[in-house]
Write a protein that binds this ligand. Structure first.
Ligand code: SF4
Length: 287
């Protein structure tokens, strides 16, 4: 480490390097075009990708436009481009981690203290289910019961999710369930943008490792995180999107359904689209 750096900067830089090391990055490159007055003329052909340059240049503020293919709708629906928002994590601009496994992701997460949510948590809620699932449900973050048990969706909303999964002709063990943030936000508040940005790389790794055929985002936070939009979920709920070679659809969170039972019909229509895509038959067609 460069001893000319002030100690506080050195500590911050060391913490960032440790963080990216945990995520599997061993090499960093400086994009000299971003150094301002000291910048040199960029070569005609870039020497490095934005992904390589982002970590040390400005990881939190990196802004990368997704390709239109990322948001192309399927099954005859018109392609839809969502508004671009600042990238929340490195994983929008980098390749998948070679040889990654869920065990390795969990190991890298460790007893994480990378964001303020660690302060009041009891247990990290990493995720649970079939590591080779064709279908993954992604929620927002753990609640009280999840925080106590260290398992996702085990409270009232979790019971409703189980019913939804079973109505789709599946068992809970057939799918994988996880959240955007792995620690319970105090008072069940929404996770802040910086908390999502810090934790979501682990979600991206989980999804890359499992490589499901379909991802269902439960609620606005999960959908907005993965689709990089601030649009309210009501504007794109029930529409298929491409997400890193997987089909992604957002629907309402089961906790929302507990407060608004009238929305169950809309969610069931969304789940029927997933069933049709995966070739599933409903357990109870009259439901
Ligand atoms: S929410 Fe994620 S990043 Fe924050 S402390 Fe928990 S595991 Fe770490």
């Amino acid at each position: 480490m460069d001893s000319r750096l002030p100690e506080t900067s050195r500590e911050k830089l060391e913490a960032w390097l440790r963080y990216y090391d945990d995520l599997g990055f061993g090499e960093f490159f400086i994009d000299r075009r971003t150094i301002g007055k000291r910048s040199v003329k960029a070569p005609a052909a870039p020497l490095q990708t934005a992904a390589q340059a982002a970590p040390i240049a400005a990881p939190a503020a990196a802004s990368v436009e997704p390709s239109s293919a990322s948001f192309s709708a399927i099954r005859g629906a018109p392609a839809r481009i969502l508004p671009v928002v600042p990238a929340a994590s490195l994983f929008e601009v980098i390749d998948r981690v070679e040889g990654d496994t869920l065990e390795l992701v969990r190991e890298n997460l460790g007893e994480c203290t990378r964001c303020r949510l660690h302060k009041q948590r009891n247990k990290i809620v990493f995720g649970a289910g079939n590591p080779r699932a064709e279908l993954v449900f992604v929620g927002e973050g753990p609640g009280h019961d999840e925080d106590v048990q260290g398992l996702p969706f085990v409270g009232r909303a979790g019971k409703l999710l189980t019913q939804m999964i079973e109505a789709m002709g599946l068992e809970r063990e057939d799918v994988y369930i996880c959240n955007v943030v792995k620690c319970r936000p105090p008072e069940n508040r929404k996770p802040e943008d910086d908390e999502v940005a810090t934790c979501s790389p682990y979600l991206y790794r989980q999804l890359d490792v499992i490589a499901p055929k379909a991802i269902v985002c439960l609620g606005g936070v999960a959908a907005q995180t993965l689709l990089k939009t601030k649009d309210p979920i009501s504007r794109f709920r029930g529409t298929w999107f491409d997400f890193r070679n997987t089909k992604l659809l957002a629907t309402y969170h089961p906790a929302y359904l507990l407060r608004n039972p009238n929305a169950k019909g809309e969610v069931w229509k969304d789940l029927q689209k997933v069933m049709s895509f995966l070739g599933l038959k409903p357990r109870n067609p009259s439901r």
